[in-house]
Design a protein around this ligand. Structure first.
Ligand code: FAD
Length: 233
């Protein structure tokens, strides 16, 4: 157990706040890992919740998390209100949702703050210049203002010829000319493009994750071992 300090905070969208945390010396992680944060409550056990790390490891040990404000959710409300300088009890990073060796094309699928571990992975891939593997980031959210990290992802796509960033909106405004609908509806086309010998990584809320896993395995013929998932609820 350790205490992390809130170094910076900014809103990424109307519902999502990014916090940059300094966990102190000796904390290590790999992209895809999550941390457990604790909130003390009077007369009760501390509340604990997990948050995916949204940045690749940095020399100074700091990392980002991106938190969706859940209505009446105690931990997300606390994290949306936490001030710079606040100290938060934290358990070291852990998790199994990490990149396997990049031996086949990659399809990343996320909704909402499920994009967090993918931002960490993409930053890491970028650092190591492994950008030769075909890689698609399919990201679903409601409207344009919910497109977390849009500028960064578009900049990556402009730099990496083999990376495609495909946002899809379930409630687009009139002028939106890109993809529409849920991420699930785009899978047949994207698996046809990448081939069935593909590593699919999926992160977000359970309904979407289960749907994507089922469609990839049962309808599109992707080997069950090649579909990697992380669920937030
Ligand atoms: C491995 C792991 C990693 C996670 N990483 C993140 C993360 O990077 N960012 C993040 O915002 N949350 C993440 N979560 C969810 C987080 O741990 C909390 O469940 C969430 O912040 C709600 O906690 P709360 O105390 O505010 O609300 P609670 O009262 O616990 O509310 C629970 C409700 O919130 C819903 N919910 C949980 N997470 C989300 C979400 N992201 N978006 C919309 N609804 C949600 C659940 O369906 C459930 O109905 C992760 C969960 C796990 C298990």
């Amino acid at each position: 157990m350790r205490e992390a300090t809130v170094l910076r905070a900014r809103m990424l969208s109307p519902q999502v706040r990014e916090l940059t945390l300094d966990p102190g010396a000796g904390h290590t992680f790999v992209p895809g890992h999550w941390v457990t944060l604790y909130l003390d409550r009077e007369g009760d056990e501390p509340l604990k919740r997990q948050y995916s790390i949204a940045s690749a490891p940095r020399a100074d040990g700091t990392f980002d998390i991106a938190v969706t404000l859940v209505p009446c959710g105690p931990m997300s409300t606390f994290l949306h209100e936490a001030k710079v300088g606040a100290r938060i009890r934290m358990m070291d990073a852990q998790g199994l949702f990490v990149l396997e060796p990049m031996e086949r094309p990659l399809l990343f699928v996320a909704t909402g703050t499920g994009i967090a571990p993918f931002r960490a992975m993409l930053q890491e891939i970028d650092k190591k210049a492994h950008a030769g593997t075909p890689l698609i980031m399919l990201f679903g959210c409601r409207s344009e203002e919910d497109l977390l990290y849009r500028d960064e992802l578009e900049a990556l796509a402009a730099r990496w010829p083999r990376f495609r960033y495909l946002p899809t909106l379930s409630r687009p405004h009139d002028g939106w000319s890109l993809r529409r609908g849920w991420v699930q509806s785009h899978l047949p086309e994207l698996i046809a493009e990448l081939g069935t010998d593909v590593d699919v990584y999926v992160c977000g809320l359970t309904k979407m994750v289960k749907d994507v896993r089922r469609i990839c395995r049962e309808e599109l013929g992707v080997d069950r071992k090649r579909v990697h998932v992380e669920r937030y609820d």
